[in-house]
Design a protein around this ligand. Structure first.
Ligand code: TMP
Length: 237
């Protein structure tokens, strides 16, 4: 499948049209931003790692019955996915306190929850992605009640599958962000990516951070952490 025109360029990916109106090609960049776009940089090799890891995990989820946008990996950085209209909601699942949860509620990082939490934020850069609840999302017509219910149950299923998978490779899945989209025939599917940019991964033994927090917090060892996650997920260097 061939790229035709570029449809969109985001912070971490470009999206291209193809000859097939139902398919687009995403191309993953090494660019990284954090802190609402204030911090900018590059993480060498990130595009390749995120593309390949995300494709692996999307296929794992498909096998477990979660519908995703994934179609076919074209190359190290490029993948064919179903064209969707992204619901303007970031869906965040947390198993352990960290990041904005710890900041917002004034608790330390590392508290293991009895059951996972879910939250939504409104994908809107001008408003800095404000937190909202299901009633707000419905009032703003970002999604219907039925779509929200479906997204919630899919997100918790994704958590169950990924938590178990990562446990098997010695990684604790702390939290992550998902995005869902609607296909031309009205189906809701998991879209965007699942990668160290969008998840918090802690080494199960040492607690070492193996994700984008190393970049957000200027901890160093960013590329090493991404490569370590690639090695564990794909079982290669
Ligand atoms: P948070 O603690 O900053 O709210 O992040 C929760 C999870 O969501 C974490 O795994 C990182 C991910 N995330 C994104 O993928 N994109 C974002 O813009 C933000 C703020 C978080």
């Amino acid at each position: 499948m061939q790229k035709t025109v570029q449809l969109y360029e985001g912070k971490a990916k470009k999206v291209f049209a193809t000859e097939n109106p139902d398919y687009v090609i995403v191309s993953y960049k090494d660019d990284a931003t954090a802190l609402d776009g204030l911090k900018k940089g590059t993480i060498g090799g990130k595009g390749v790692i995120n593309n390949r890891m995300s494709n692996f995990l999307m296929q794992l989820l498909e096998k477990e019955g979660v519908p995703t946008h994934y179609v076919e990996e074209l190359s190290d950085r490029e993948t064919v996915v179903r064209k969707v209209t992204i619901l303007p909601l970031e869906v965040i699942i947390r198993n352990i306190s960290a990041g904005h949860f710890a900041q917002r509620y004034g608790v330390e990082e590392g508290i293991v929850f009895d059951s996972p939490t879910i939250e939504f934020s409104y994908k809107n850069d001008d408003l800095h992605d404000p937190l909202l609840n299901a009633y707000h999302a419905i009032a703003l017509r970002l999604a219907t009640r039925e779509e929200i219910e479906l997204v919630k149950s899919l997100a918790f299923r994704v958590n169950d599958i990924l938590k178990a998978y990562f446990k098997g490779i010695g990684v604790t899945l702390v939290d992550f962000k998902l995005e869902f989209g609607k296909t031309s025939d009205g189906r809701i599917v998991l879209a965007d990516e699942i990668s160290p940019d969008t998840c918090r991964f802690w080494d199960a033994k040492t607690g070492e951070k193996l994700d984008k927090d190393r970049f957000r917090r200027d901890m160093g060892g960013v590329e090493d952490a991404y490569n370590e996650m690639k090695r564990r997920v794909l079982g290669e260097q």
